[in-house]
Design a protein around this ligand. Structure first.
Ligand SMILES: Cc1cc2nc3c(=O)[nH]c(=O)nc-3n(C[C@H](O)[C@H](O)[C@H](O)COP(=O)(O)OP(=O)(O)OC[C@H]3O[C@@H](n4cnc5c(N)ncnc54)[C@H](O)[C@@H]3O)c2cc1C
Ligand code: SF4
Ligand code: SF4
Length: 1024
């Protein structure tokens, strides 16, 4: 029998004190009284984890720094996007299939179960563990290989690639090869820009257009699997298949026999087919047992792995058949009088047309739409929806415009013939639009619905997303029953929306786990929901999010005992010792769904709305080095919980001290405060803002440091004056002493000074040359006056090119040269040598000095630009962003430009461009990305070079000089830099970022203005 123990029904006894996690029974998980059992909450270190760790280090040579056991990081990794938390005994960062192959038999030997972790965006509690987490994400270039086959119709992927990234790889492949058809991945979850291939396969994720036909189950061709005994099966390799059949005869025979048994059972076969005709990720993919020849166990195993949530094996490679991405699209947003009509419409469209996507919005979702200005201007009738009013967002696609028109026609004809009650006449009020700005708005709103509910909830609660499905013909009554259920249990904010075409609803609501009453209300609602969906409508309790722990107790309710026991049988065949993610998908504890709940203590308004979805993680430069934004918030929440305790026990005080101590480096010092997390955050959280506020609070307590900063701010000109000669002196030492001495000495000083003194690298700049005299226009031009305010940032005023680029002049010289070719009159702001945007101070938490410098700068810019009459170009993107962020006077709002934007907007018609380079790399600084300049930057570079490759790095981690003081930050971020051979030069618009990019690549990065200067000449006047 399974070793998963039945813990019993104890939901009423809740202990909030165990490691910041709501444990259902007051069990002494920290002490020695608990006996190890292979069940959630009962996995304690009775010596086995120490032994496992020692084998990892000594037998498998896994370096100590990849084995994480400290209280803070294990707590941080205990978080995924679900509302469960388990505290792992250990997190191991894995680097290769080979390591997994070796680790699994040791996990089996020590009976220390493992859970694989990709991006941790799972919602059902399948990516957490209180045993060992094997983390394949954020481990540099590991698990990120891929091969695109032919014209892109097939692609082989490692599990650490982000799904959206794969689609971009396919786009680049089409562009480069000039192929006719654009392919994309079939699965399209809304977490596409964060979730990873390993998770997508293991959860059998789907999405808005994917339906049941384009999910991994139906589009996967081959897979490489590591089994619990360390055997690797590559289903694409005949030798590997043959060998597996030989070495695993018993397993293969059991699989075949089970398939024969199921196929011989007509009722069970019919049930399986019926259930998988709609979206279903409850339990295992037992359709594999009926869809394949029972005598072909390898094919069956391959499909069984899909959706098995890491409980049957590790997926180390997957080959997908991609799907066609039609270029012609159109969408419409139709309001219905009643949700019944909307659901009926979805059923009609499914039956009669080949429509691509149909999404439903109930009244609660429509209420969220009312907050969105753009959609309100497109569909002003939204507020008119009654209590049961609803809307459908419908999308049609086609390979050509004519075929798109045909598809639209089919859809509108079906709708018009179906006797539906539209809120207003359909054709005039709710037309299809092919305008990307219009349909883009509809889809943006749809994608933002969950975050909108999440962002509006009460602090201290979680946003929960249930995910159910039924046959589309039953969608209307099921939706109404679920709405009544929410009303009965007092969930006023609950919304029912989702993929109507597939009968798939997402139920989004906020839920607190602060009191026993709240937990009881949740449990009662869940029980009723499962009965409505699984029993009354014979639907799926998890359509696409995976069973996890959330509906594990209800798998039998949904599938019936026969199918359920087959699932247990499968688990025992592949993993008889329950080493692989036990407790997930199948769990004998009937209350597991209401245990190990994650409290969300109120911490700081900046981050209280965090849903812990993890979307921000892949953008964070410190993700491989210390903590991710989600983890910073998680840890900070726990710190806040501990700090808020009135009477802390000695143990809690020790825990708080440890958390504060580790957070100081992992949370604070290694945060670049660049805010790249905000770019990906669905609720717009900038964790850097939290960190900056923590820094400011700390500095308040260290008044003398603040006064030094204020004094530096007042005497900024003296500071900027001494830096260039100092840099020249260091560069001189470099020439005499070589790399080694400077590196060793500065590395030592960096350590001794507690990371205050920057670590030197060979690409450190020389001092910047003196600023050039400002241009005067040579002639008068008709039209807009050619006059610009040029602000060379303090960085470019201090830092020149590196020793390797000795032939180059300063950034300001290149900029002035371009402006001169365009015949611009140039003005420098007054008192330039004393000017600073304030970033230098703000990023360190010196808020007051930052504000003073920013105000001083704004005044000078207002004067120089005559209140915004003339454009202002700032040669360093992060400084421009800082100025824009602190602007008080709206007059300058539209006058400020970073270099790429200014050149693209003002100079293109005044300069002649030549492609002077064959292949260059560009790195758009994070600040420019946030300002939306990425495309402009790329297009400009493409005018100067035949081929342009983006760095693919969200943020290099330099953050002023932080990357020099904590070189591991840039090192961690730039591990991902993967520039193709043949790339000769790199360009950016931030001198410090350029320096660190050069340090971590084989090419020299410098200012984009150098490239533009080299590639341009003054435009010749058209001859009369
Ligand atoms: C706001 C939000 C919206 C979402 N929208 C959707 C949606 O529209 N559709 C949808 O289907 N899902 C959605 N999800 C759920 C989730 O994003 C997907 O299931 C996603 O595919 C999980 O991928 P991951 O990389 O985060 O995997 P993880 O969460 O890290 O892991 C998922 C499971 O796979 C296992 N695993 C990971 N790697 C491997 C491997 N190499 N081998 C074997 N097992 C492995 C893990 O142990 C775990 O059980 C959403 C989530 C959020 C937070
Ligand atoms: S900060 Fe935003 S993106 Fe990151 S986990 Fe929280 S809600 Fe998700
Ligand atoms: S501000 Fe930057 S470094 Fe800090 S958490 Fe956000 S992305 Fe990471």
């Amino acid at each position: 029998m399974p070793q998963v123990a039945t813990v019993g029904s104890n939901a009423s006894k809740i202990d909030y004190s165990i490691g910041g996690t709501v444990y259902p029974v007051p069990q002494d998980v920290k002490g020695s009284k608990v006996v190890y059992q292979n069940a959630d909450g009962m996995r304690v270190d009775d010596g086995r984890y120490q032994n496992f760790k020692s084998d990892l280090k000594n037998e498998l040579a896994i370096p100590e720094e990849r084995i994480i056991t400290d209280a803070v990081k294990t707590y941080a990794y205990g978080t995924d996007a679900s509302f469960y938390r388990l505290l792992p005994q250990m997190v191991v960062k894995i680097h290769s299939e080979e390591e997994v192959k070796k680790i699994l038999p040791y996990a089996k030997k020590h009976q220390t179960p493992v859970t694989f972790r990709a991006a941790g965006t799972s919602l059902s509690g399948q990516a957490v563990s209180d045993s060992v987490l094997l983390k394949l994400s954020h481990v540099g270039k590991n698990f990120r290989d891929y091969t695109v086959h032919e014209d892109g119709r097939k692609i082989t992927l490692e599990p650490g690639l982000i799904l959206g990234e794969v689609n971009r790889i396919l786009q680049a492949h089409k562009k480069k090869g000039g192929h006719a058809v654009q392919y994309k991945m079939g699965p399209d979850p809304s977490s596409i820009d964060s979730c990873m291939v390993g998770g997508v396969v293991a959860n059998n994720s789907s999405g808005m257009c994917c339906g049941v036909k384009q999910n991994t189950y139906h589009t996967l061709e081959d897979m490489r699997i590591v089994f619990v005994d360390g055997t690797v099966l590559d289903t694409a390799d005949p030798a590997s298949r043959e060998s597996f059949l030989r070495t695993h005869q018993d397993l293969c025979a059991k699989v075949s026999n089970l398939a024969k048994k199921v196929q011989a059972d007509a009722d069970l076969t019919a049930l399986i087919k019926k259930k998988f005709a709609i979206k279903c990720t409850t339990g295992y993919s037992i359709n594999a047992l009926v869809d394949n020849d029972a005598n072909d166990p390898i094919e069956i195993i391959k499909r069984l792995m899909i959706g098995s949530e890491g409980t049957l094996g590790f997926v180390s490679r997957a080959t997908y058949n991609t799907v066609v991405d039609h270029p012609h699209k159109a969408s419409c947003f139709i309001m219905f009088k009643d949700v019944d009509d909307a659901c009926k419409a979805a059923a009609v469209l499914r039956r009669e047309t080949t429509v691509d996507a149909v999404e439903i919005f109930d009244k609660a979702s429509l209420r969220q739409c009312e907050k969105h200005e753009k959609i309100m201007s497109l569909v002003p009738t939204i507020p008119e929806a009654g209590k049961y009013g609803a809307a459908l967002l419908i999308e049609c696609r086609g390979p050509t415009d004519a075929e798109l028109d045909q598809n639209i026609k089919a859809v509108t004809t079906s709708l018009d013939n179906a006797n539906l009650n539209f809120l207003h006449p359909r054709e005039e009020t709710y037309p299809f639009s092919k305008d990307p700005a219009v349909y883009g708005t509809y889809w943006d709103v749809r994608k933002g619905l969950i975050p909108m509910v999440g962002g509006g909830r009460e602090a201290g609660t979680s946003v929960l997303i249930e995910d159910v499905a039924c046959e589309v013909d039953s969608l209307a009554p099921m939706t109404k029953d679920l709405m009544a259920m929410f009303e009965k249990h007092g969930y006023d904010d609950a919304s029912c929306m989702g993929h109507a075409l597939e009968g798939n609803l997402h139920l989004v609501f906020s839920q607190g786990f602060r009191t026993e009453k709240e937990v009881e209300t949740y449990a009662a609602m869940m029980q009723e929901m499962c009965e409505i969906v699984a029993v009354k409508y014979k639907g799926s309790l998890k359509a696409e999010h995976g069973t996890g722990r959330n509906v594990a107790p209800f798998v039998e309710m949904e599938w019936g005992t026969k199918a359920y026991e087959i699932m247990w049988e499968l688990k025992e065949m592949f993993d008889p010792d329950y080493v692989l993610n036990p407790g997930v998908i199948l769990n004998r504890d009937p209350d597991v769904h209401q245990k190990f709940l994650k409290p969300k203590p109120v911490a700081d308004p900046i981050v209280d709305m965090c849903m812990e979805c993890g979307f921000c993680e892949s953008n964070c430069p410190s993700r491989d080095v210390s903590l991710t934004p989600r983890q910073r918030i998680t840890v900070y929440r726990e710190i806040s919980r501990l700090q808020a305790m009135e009477n802390r026990s000695t143990e809690d005080q020790a825990r708080l001290d440890e958390f504060l101590d580790i957070f100081s480096y992992a949370g604070d010092s290694t945060c670049a405060a660049d805010g790249m997390c905000e770019v990906k955050c669905p609720v717009g959280i900038n964790t850097g803002t939290l960190v900056k506020s923590i820094r400011a609070r700390e500095l308040e307590q260290a008044k003398n440091v603040s006064s030094v900063a204020a004094s530096l701010g007042r005497n900024f000109a003296s500071f900027t004056g001494v830096v260039p000669p100092f840099l020249n002196m260091v560069s001189g030492f470099h020439s005499i002493l070589g790399d080694g001495v400077l590196k060793t000495v500065s590395g030592g000083l960096n350590k001794i000074s507690g990371n205050l003194i920057p670590e030197w690298n060979p690409h450190m700049p020389r001092g910047a040359p003196k600023l050039p005299e400002p241009n005067h226009a040579k002639e008068k031009h008709p039209g807009v006056e050619r006059k610009v305010v040029y602000l060379p940032s303090c960085v470019t005023r201090m830092m020149g090119p590196s020793k390797a680029d000795a032939n180059l002049e300063g950034v300001a010289d290149a900029m002035m040269s371009i402006l001169s070719k365009a015949d611009y009159e140039v003005v420098y702001p007054k008192g330039l040598s004393d000017q600073c945007c304030g970033m230098l101070f703000n990023s360190r938490g010196f808020k007051d000095t930052a504000l003073t410098k920013a105000a001083q700068m704004e005044e000078a810019l207002l004067e120089a630009s005559e209140n915004g009459k003339y454009p202002i170009v700032v040669d360093t993107s992060p400084c421009l962003a800082e100025i824009k962020g602190s602007l008080q006077n709206p007059a300058l709002r539209f006058s400020l430009y970073e270099p790429a934007e200014f050149i693209a907007n003002h100079l293109l018609d005044k300069l002649e461009f030549n492609k002077v380079k064959k292949h260059v790399a560009i790195h758009v600084p994070c600040s420019s990305k946030k300002l939306g300049v990425e495309q402009t930057f790329t297009k400009l570079a493409e005018k100067c070079a035949e081929e342009v490759t983006g760095s693919g790095i969200p943020c290099c981690g330099m953050a002023g000089d932080r990357g020099m003081r904590y070189p591991e930050l840039t090192g961690g971020s730039l591990k991902y830099l993967d520039l193709p051979k043949g790339c000769t030069d790199g360009y950016s618009t931030s001198r410090t970022c350029e320096m660190s990019l050069t340090n971590h690549s084989d090419i020299s990065f410098k200012g984009l203005v150098y490239l533009v200067d080299e590639a341009t000449t003054a435009k010749k006047k058209a001859s009369a």
